[in-house]
Design a binder for this molecule. Structure first.
Ligand code: SF4
Length: 200
């Protein structure tokens, strides 16, 4: 049985691809991630997957779709948005697996402790039923750190946010809040310094 491995990005692919190879499981990859925004980020993650595929001799299929407007215009929030996001990607993976004669599919999203693991599993299983293929569920998370370390050693780009424009804005807001905290701390220190000087 040949497996289709949906690949969300290069660093998250390192560990699952490695264990599948070690276990002699025949597989091909699929890059289909319309959730990666903005476009420069999309191309950067795609290019890094090509680099990894070159290093590790992986066969990867690319179905390019970039849809920032789809995420910006989506009305749901939080988990609802992530469900839409997983569904779009895993539906394409299930459809492709079915059309191309793969016995089952899985996803590198299952390696990340930052993703909604149980939701991914549920959606993967539902899409598998819909398209008449298997969903190869596997908890790859124990290998997450190892995979990230190997990705660093290979010089692969490791992103700092999940992917969509909303997750980028959330990250930027958090970074700004941290910077503001630092500025406030520095101001407090200066005030203390000044009052010490005045007491002398
Ligand atoms: S946070 Fe991540 S999983 Fe959720 S919608 Fe954005 S890209 Fe998709």
């Amino acid at each position: 049985m040949k497996l289709l491995l949906h690949m969300c990005c290069a660093p998250c692919t390192v560990y699952p691809a490695r264990v599948l190879k070690e276990e002699g499981i025949e597989f091909e990859g699929l890059f289909h991630n319309p959730n990666i925004h903005p476009f420069e980020e999309f191309t950067r993650r795609r290019e890094n997957l090509e680099i990894l595929a070159g290093i590790n001799g992986l066969t990867v299929n690319y179905i390019d779709d970039f849809d920032q407007a789809g995420w910006e215009g989506f009305r749901g929030e939080g988990e609802e948005r992530c469900r839409m996001c997983y569904s779009r990607r895993l539906e394409k993976a299930a459809q492709f697996a079915s059309q191309e004669g793969f016995g089952a599919f899985t996803t590198t999203l299952l390696v990340s402790p930052y993703q909604k693991h149980d939701v991914i599993r549920e959606i993967g299983e539902n899409m598998a039923k819909k398209y008449g293929v298997g969903f190869y569920y596997r908890d790859f998370r124990p290998g997450f750190r190892k995979g990230q370390q190997l990705a660093r050693e290979m010089g692969l780009y490791r992103q700092k946010y999940c992917g969509c424009i909303i997750s980028l804005r959330d990250k930027q807001d958090k970074d700004k809040a941290k910077e503001m905290d630092k500025v406030r701390e520095r101001e407090k220190d200066k005030d203390k310094e000044r009052s010490r000087d005045e007491d002398k």
